[in-house]
Design a protein around this ligand. Structure first.
Ligand SMILES: Cc1cc2nc3c(=O)[nH]c(=O)nc-3n(C[C@H](O)[C@H](O)[C@H](O)COP(=O)(O)OP(=O)(O)OC[C@H]3O[C@@H](n4cnc5c(N)ncnc54)[C@H](O)[C@@H]3O)c2cc1C
Length: 404
């Protein structure tokens, strides 16, 4: 090894889940490493240009997510445009637009996140790839990483897998579920037309907009009904082909626009995603798996609520078991928790990734304090912490719904 370092907690991946987890543990005084293979914090939300912080309310004016998930929503527009709809409590919109949500600038969010993480004393390792999980007697004790210094070993009492792809659990030998992906590309673009609109309306936010391929049923490859799409985010070759396909479709789009008389200096891409925009890659097979049909179901070990961004009034409880993989010393958060099918559509959103990230951080902290691992942590202890932080985890804890 070219270098080694010891921590209380290592958080793998600096997406929304990893950031929330690292903030939680570092703010409580634990020596926390945050390891990220790109050079940015935020994961898909920033490097992936996914700039819609989906709702943290149920669509009937009831707030569902609190804590760091709510804090990060507000941090997302600290250095740039974006605001919460003033009337979200009175929202009558079926779509998420009028709910407690925000559109943000990925670049502005990155600047704010760097500051937040540094202030909390998180030891950030950017440009550092996690290559292997060090497992001793079925317990994860560290990570092998690779960066400009060479190969390194980071060790910790608890490791949080927030890689979105479940890389740490996968490398530790944990079983997982996976899904294929449709062709997608979201790119930020600039246009003279939008610039004119911005000036006419005296509103700079109109300059920030994007072109999507795939997301609205256009140019999708594969069978939409059965969801047998061609791309696998867990296959190295497929990842490259997915990226090439999306970008070639985007190139063709601009060529088509030029064919329609649009001058190349008046409409052009300005930023492309710096990570592959896969929605679903690996979901660890946890102690419990959340799946279709479980919306509104009560789970005694629920640790979070997740409002369905597609459907107002639909709220899910997320059991703690979804965060617990088969190898001990590990806990997961975000896009790679044990959640499949329709449930995955809900749990993989930005606010829920942040929420499960904070819960994983709390669990790591309590586990260290009790000299145990997250899989043996009494749920009553976790619930006591969540209540103290005023983070509801059962539907019954929410105020009655004001039906409209
Ligand atoms: C096209 C698309 C549209 C979407 N639309 C929305 C939307 O409008 N609103 C919304 O809320 N959600 C949306 N989502 C979902 C949402 O963006 C993500 O699911 C969420 O941001 C996931 O956060 P995460 O922290 O769990 O994972 P990620 O954002 O994937 O973060 C994981 C981090 O870990 C790092 N990492 C991974 N492997 C390694 C490794 N081996 N070593 C070191 N670092 C590693 C990655 O670089 C990344 O920074 C969309 C997703 C896609 C793809």
């Amino acid at each position: 090894m070219n270098f080694t370092k010891h921590y209380d907690v290592i958080v793998a991946g600096a997406g929304m889940a990893g950031i929330a987890a690292a903030l939680e543990t570092a703010r409580s005084g634990l020596r926390t490493a945050l390891v990220e293979k790109t050079v940015f914090p935020g994961g898909l939300a920033t490097s992936g240009l996914v700039y819609f912080y989906l709702p943290i309310c149920d669509g009937y004016g009831r707030q569902v997510n609190f804590g760091i998930a709510e804090e990060l929503l507000h941090v997302s527009y600290q250095c740039g445009p974006g605001e919460v709809p003033a009337n979200w409590r009175q929202s009558t919109f079926e779509k998420p637009l009028g709910r407690y949500r925000v559109d943000f600038s990925p670049a502005a969010f990155i600047l704010a996140l760097d500051y937040l993480l540094t202030e909390a004393n998180v030891d950030i390792w950017y440009d550092t790839l996690i290559c292997q999980t060090i497992v001793e007697s079925n317990r994860a004790v560290g990570l092998e990483v690779e960066n400009k210094s060479g190969r390194g070993g980071l060790r910790a009492s608890i490791i949080i897998d927030a890689t979105g792809d479940g890389d740490v659990c996968f490398r530790a030998g944990c079983p997982f579920d996976e899904e294929t992906n449709k062709t997608t590309l979201w790119a930020m673009q600039a246009s003279l037309e939008r610039a004119r609109e911005a000036v006419a309306k005296n509103d700079g936010t109109r300059l920030m907009y994007f072109h999507q391929i795939g997301s609205e049923g256009k140019e999708i490859q594969g069978d939409i009904k059965s969801k047998t799409y061609p791309w696998k985010g867990t296959d190295g070759r497929s990842v490259s082909n997915f990226l090439l396909k999306g970008r070639s479709l985007l190139r063709e789009h601009y060529e088509k626009m030029r064919g329609k008389g649009q001058r190349r200096q008046d409409l052009f891409p300005v930023t492309l995603p710096a990570m592959a925009q896969f929605r679903t890659t690996r979901a660890i097979r946890g102690r419990f798996t959340l799946m279709a049909g479980m919306a509104g179901q009560r789970f005694e070990d629920s640790i979070a609520l997740a409002a369905d961004w597609r459907k107002r009034g639909s709220v899910w409880e997320i059991p703690y078991g979804c965060l617990i993989p088969s190898v001990t010393g590990l806990i997961t958060a975000g896009r790679c928790i044990s959640s499949v099918g329709d449930a995955w559509e809900v749990t993989r959103s930005i606010p829920i990734a942040a929420h499960t990230g904070q819960v994983a951080g709390i669990s790591a902290r309590l586990s260290i304090a009790q000299n145990r691992t997250p899989d043996t942590l009494p749920i009553t202890d976790l619930h006591a912490e969540l209540r103290q932080k005023q983070m509801p985890y059962h539907l019954a804890d929410l105020a009655p719904q004001d039906e409209k």
